[in-house]
Design a protein around this ligand. Structure first.
Ligand code: MG
Ligand code: ZN
Length: 224
């Protein structure tokens, strides 16, 4: 830490990450690939959402899975019919742009329209790191409580869309969708908030349509 209170090393690490993220973004754009970075707590349903998404997109989607340990989530995606590569961070609580660049290089992206990055389960630091994605997807779930957008604003300010998963549990919980949605909009007036249930399938259409629109937009831009 220098005398002005700013640490020099983290600044250069961040700058390096930002440069790599831009490289990733250019490479993904050349392929006409939509890239979505899923961020949410452990257990909020990020992998379940991707399994549901694979029912529609199958070989049109690929996933970079980030976890501290195990290849369990990549196995789930593979079983659901989409390609996946697993990053085991070995302790790190977020993914960085270099890890994503390497993992993307391991994936066969032929015929893939949308690449998902499932970040390490964590509501805090993944939101501050650019990986070269088109949009961040914030995933929260009803058992976590409706105050999460207010408590963790950094993610919701940056998110292109917010998923509120596990709405099938609402009858058993003190959870106000109005409060959660209202807090998201206070932070980010343009954000889409999509309540859904990966278990029952309720609300999934809106999510799948959001992806289809993003894919179509990418293809149009690539053709120009
Ligand atoms: Mg997962
Ligand atoms: Zn972290």
């Amino acid at each position: 830490m220098s005398s002005d209170g700013k640490s020099k090393a983290p600044i250069s690490v961040r700058a390096k990450n930002a440069a790599l993220a831009e490289e990733n973004r250019r490479a993904f754009a050349e392929k006409g690939l939509l890239v979505l970075n899923l961020i949410g707590s452990p257990g909020c349903g990020k992998t379940s959402l991707l399994e549901r998404t694979a029912e529609r997109f199958k070989a049109r989607m690929a996933v970079i899975e980030g976890d501290v340990k195990t290849t369990l989530d990549a196995q789930r995606i593979d079983k659901a019919g989409a390609r996946a590569v697993q990053i085991e961070t070995g302790g790190a609580c977020h993914l960085d742009a270099l890890q994503v660049q390497r993992a993307a290089g391991e994936l066969d992206l032929d015929g893939v329209d949308v690449l998902f990055i499932e970040n390490v389960g964590n509501l805090v630091c993944p939101s501050g790191l650019d990986l070269g994605e088109d949009a961040k997807v914030a995933v929260i779930s009803t058992p976590e409580g409706d105050e999460k957008p207010a408590k963790y604003p950094a993610l919701f300010v940056r998110a292109g869309v917010v998923i509120i998963n596990k709405v099938d549990l609402l009858p058993h919980l003190e959870y106000s969708l109005e409060r959660a949605t209202g807090d998201c909009r206070k932070l980010n007036s343009a954000v889409s908030v999509l309540p859904l249930s990966c278990k029952t399938g309720e609300g999934l259409e809106a999510w799948l349509d959001f992806i289809e629109r993003g894919v179509a937009g990418k293809k149009t831009r690539k053709a120009q």
